[in-house]
Design a protein around this ligand. Structure first.
Ligand code: PRX
Length: 664
C-alpha cells in the first residue's frame, strides 16, 4: 500500500461523519433541508409529492384513508397502471429510444432494450398471457433468474392486472411449490436454466419437480430458453410453452393497460417469518409504486439520464423496487447482471461499472465485505469515475466496510446511503437524503421525511439516545404492505399486536413493529442492530430459523434441531445448526451431508448450514424452552450468558468444545 493510502486510511478511520460534496448537493434531486418539516407539517398530504411522480388515469380522492387501522388505504379512488408508468409513458414522451434495460450475461453477452423494445415485448407477452387464460387478479408465479424476461413478465402481468409472485430462482423445488400453493397460483413463467460460475444450471428440472407438488395443478407454464445449445434437452410438456414461440404468435399485438384501483394488488412476495410458513406480503399499485418511485428519486437520486445498477436479484424485494419499478418509472437505464461478482475474475463488478459508465450503484454489505477481502487492486484497475452515488441495503454495515466502499469505490466523491427497509415496507424508510444530510458510517440515518420511527423499550416507551431498544414506526406510509395474503389475522399479530391497542379505531394507537433492534443518537440517526425475532440474515437474505429447523428434523435420523445465526466475516450471519440424533443413528459425515441436502432441498443453497453440531441435548430452561441466546453465544465464541436457569447447564460447555473443535 502506498504511503498516501496509509494516511488516508488513518484519517478515514477517525472520521465518523461525512458531508456530501457541494458538487453532489448542487445537482441532487432533493437538496432542501426544509423537506423534513414540510412533510411533518403537511402529513399525510405530503405524500402527494410521491404520487405526482406517476401518471394517474383517475385522480385519487383522498391521500390516506385511515378509518380502519391497520388496514390503511392510500390514494383512494385513484386509478393507474404500473406498466404504463414504467413503459408506455416514456415511449409517448419522446424517450422511446432511451435504453431501459442493459443486460449482461455471465459469459459477457449483452442485450439492450430501449423503452420501445420493452413496450413491444411487454405487450406481446401480455397478449400471450391473456391467450393462456390469465385474467385480471390471477396470481402469476415467476420463477426466474436474472434474465430480461423476468422484468418483462412482471410488467406484462402489471399491464393486465395480474399480480405477480416472484420466487427467487435459488430457492428449491419445494419452496416453489409452497409459494404457488399458498398463492393459489395456476400460472408459472420459468426458464430452462442459467449460468453460475461459467456452468449451465438446470432450472427446468427443479421447476418440474416443484410443479409435481402444486396441489391445485397448473394451467400453463411458459419456459424461457436461456441456455440454447447448452440446455439439458428437456421436452416441454403439454401445458408448457416456449417463450419465443408465444411471442412469435403475438408479433405486433398490443394490449391496453388495465386501469387498476390504487389499492389493487400489484404483487405478492413471500418472505420468512418466525413460523415455518412464509408470509405472503401484499403490495398495491398506487401506494407501492409511488413509494418505490419517490425513494428512487429522493434517495438514489436517479434521473432519467442515469445508468443505474442495483446488483441485487429481482427475486428479492430490493430488485422489485430498485431494479424494476423505481428506476423504470423514472425512465432511467437499469443494468441487470446475470452472474456472480467473481466470474471470470474478481474485477467483474467494476468492469460492468466502467463499461456502462454507471452513475449510481446499489449493493449489499455482504458484497462490500467480499470486495474488501479481495482487495482494492480490483476496483483500482478500472475507471469508476462515472459513479455519483453509492448505496447499501439488507443488513447492518460495519464502519470499516462503509469507509472502504466510500474510499475505494466512491473515490471519496460519492455519498453512500445506508438504507434500512424491509420486504414489508416496500421501499426505503431510514437513511440519509444524500443531498441534505451528512453520513455517519454504521448508522443508517434519520427516518426519511414523512416517516415517523422511534426506538422504544418493551413497554413502548421511548428509550434515551445511545440505549438499545426496539424499532417502531408510528405512522403509516404509502409503500407499506396492506396485509398478508388471505391472512389478516397474521398481519395484525406479526406486525401490530406488540405495540398497538388492537381494540382501538384511532390510528394513533397503532404502531408497526418491524422486529428489529436499534438505537438512536442525539442527532436522531438510527443504527439498526439486527432482528429480534427468530429470523437470521445471511448475506442480506432473510431466513426463518423455524423453516430451516423443520427441514432438518425432516431428515431421517434427526430427533431435534435448533438453528441460530452466528457472526460471519462476509455473510454477516451464517446458519449454525445444533442437532440431536435419533437413537440408533450415528453422528458423522453421512448424516451431516444428508442434513445439508435436506436444507438445500427444502429451501435452497442460501440456507445451507455453515456448521452442523451434533449434541446429546440442547440447552433448555426448566420449562423446556430452548435457550437460543446461549447457542448464539457459542456460535460467536462469545462469553456465555447466565446458564444457571438451565435444566442442563453442563451441556453448553460440551457444545462449545465441539464447535471449537470443528472450527479449528
Ligand atoms: O433486519 C433488517 C435488515 O433486513 C431486514 C429486512 O429483510 P428483507 O425483508 O429481506 O429486506 C431486505 C432488503 C430491504 C430488516 O428487518 N436490514 C435491511 N436493511 C438494513 C438492515 N439492517 C441494517 N441496516 C440496513 N440498512
Amino acid at each position: 500500500m502506498a504511503q498516501g493510502d496509509t494516511e488516508l486510511e488513518a484519517r478515514l478511520e477517525e472520521q465518523d461523519e461525512f458531508e456530501p460534496s457541494e458538487e453532489f448537493v448542487a445537482q441532487a434531486n432533493v437538496s432542501d433541508a426544509g423537506i423534513y418539516d414540510e412533510f411533518e407539517e403537511n402529513w399525510p398530504e405530503c405524500w402527494e409529492r410521491a404520487a405526482d411522480l406517476l401518471d394517474w388515469d383517475e385522480e385519487y380522492d383522498e391521500v390516506l384513508d385511515d378509518s380502519n387501522p391497520p388496514f390503511y388505504e392510500w390514494f383512494t379512488g385513484g386509478e393507474l397502471n404500473a406498466c404504463h408508468n414504467c413503459v408506455d409513458r416514456h415511449v409517448e414522451n419522446g424517450d422511446k429510444n432511451r435504453v431501459a434495460i442493459k443486460w449482461e450475461g455471465e459469459h459477457g453477452e449483452t442485450r439492450t432494450y430501449t423503452y420501445q423494445d420493452l413496450y413491444r415485448e411487454v405487450n406481446e407477452f401480455a397478449a400471450a398471457l391473456r391467450d393462456l387464460g390469465v385474467e385480471e387478479d390471477d396470481v402469476v408465479t415467476l420463477y426466474m433468474p436474472m434474465v430480461p424476461e423476468l422484468p418483462i413478465a412482471m410488467l406484462a402481468c402489471a399491464r393486465i392486472g395480474a399480480p405477480h409472485n416472484v420466487v427467487f430462482a435459488g430457492f428449491s423445488a419445494e419452496a416453489l411449490a409452497t409459494r404457488m400453493n399458498a398463492a393459489d397460483s395456476r400460472f408459472l413463467v420459468t426458464c430452462d436454466g442459467y449460468y453460475r460460475r461459467g456452468d449451465p444450471l438446470d432450472h427446468l428440472d427443479k421447476t418440474n419437480e416443484g410443479l409435481d407438488s402444486v396441489d391445485h395443478g397448473v394451467d400453463a407454464t411458459v419456459v424461457v430458453d436461456r441456455l440454447g445449445d447448452d440446455g439439458f434437452g428437456h421436452d416441454l410438456k403439454g401445458n408448457q410453452h416456449d417463450w419465443d414461440e408465444l411471442l412469435d404468435e403475438q408479433r405486433g399485438e398490443r394490449v391496453d393497460p388495465v386501469e387498476r384501483d390504487a389499492e389493487d394488488m400489484l404483487f405478492l412476495m413471500y418472505t420468512s417469518g418466525t413460523t415455518g410458513q412464509p408470509k405472503g406480503v401484499k403490495h398495491t399499485t398506487g401506494g407501492y409504486l409511488s413509494y418505490a418511485t419517490w425513494t428512487s428519486h429522493a434517495v438514489l437520486d436517479i434521473e432519467k439520464e442515469d445508468t443505474y445498477w442495483c446488483s441485487a436479484d429481482i427475486g428479492w424485494i430490493t430488485g422489485h423496487s430498485y431494479i424494476v419499478y423505481g428506476p423504470l418509472a423514472l425512465g432511467s437505464t437499469t443494468v441487470m447482471y446475470e452472474g456472480t461478482p467473481d466470474f471470470p475474475n474478481r474485477d467483474r463488478m467494476w468492469d460492468i461499472v466502467e463499461k456502462y459508465a454507471v452513475d449510481v450503484f446499489y449493493t449489499a454489505p455482504t458484497a462490500i465485505r467480499a470486495f474488501m477481502k479481495w482487495g482494492s487492486k480490483y476496483p483500482e484497475s478500472r475507471d469508476l469515475s462515472s459513479l455519483r452515488l453509492l448505496g447499501t441495503v439488507g443488513e447492518p454495515i460495519n464502519p470499516r466496510a462503509w469507509k472502504w466502499y466510500y474510499e475505494h469505490i466512491g473515490n471519496e466523491n460519492c455519498p453512500v446511503v445506508d438504507t434500512w427497509w424491509q420486504t414489508e415496507t416496500g421501499g426505503m424508510m431510514i437513511t440519509t437524503l444524500p443531498g441534505v444530510k451528512n453520513m455517519k458510517p454504521g448508522s443508517a440515518g434519520p427516518p426519511l421525511p414523512g416517516i415517523d420511527a422511534q426506538i422504544v423499550d418493551t413497554n413502548g416507551d421511548e428509550v434515551e439516545p445511545g440505549r438499545a431498544g426496539y424499532l417502531t414506526v408510528n405512522k403509516p406510509w404509502p409503500g407499506m404492505l396492506r396485509t398478508l395474503y388471505k391472512n389478516d389475522e397474521r398481519y395484525i399479530s406479526e406486525y401490530w399486536e406488540e405495540y398497538s391497542d388492537t381494540d382501538s379505531d384511532d390510528p394513533d394507537d397503532w404502531v408497526y413493529f418491524p422486529e428489529d433492534g436499534a438505537k438512536v443518537d442525539d442527532d436522531g440517526y438510527i443504527t439498526v442492530l439486527g432482528r429480534v425475532d427468530d429470523v437470521i440474515n445471511v448475506s442480506g437474505h432473510r431466513l426463518g430459523t423455524m423453516e430451516i429447523e423443520s427441514a432438518i428434523v425432516g431428515v431421517e435420523g434427526v430427533a431435534e434441531a435448533a438453528v441460530v445465526g452466528g457472526n460471519h466475516e462476509v455473510k454477516g450471519e451464517a446458519v449454525y445448526a445444533y442437532v440431536i440424533t435419533e437413537d440408533g443413528y450415528e453422528e458423522g459425515e453421512d448424516l451431516r451431508a444428508r442434513i445439508i441436502e435436506g436444507v438445500e432441498d427444502a429451501i435452497g443453497p442460501i440456507a445451507r448450514p455453515e456448521q452442523v453440531v451434533f449434541t446429546p441435548e440442547l440447552p433448555k430452561t426448566r420449562s423446556g424452552k430452548i435457550m437460543r441466546r446461549l447457542l448464539e453465544d457459542v456460535a460467536n465464541g462469545a462469553e456465555l450468558g447466565n446458564t444457571s436457569t438451565l435444566r442442563n447447564p453442563d451441556i453448553v460447555e460440551q457444545i462449545e468444545a465441539k464447535v471449537h473443535a470443528q472450527s479449528d
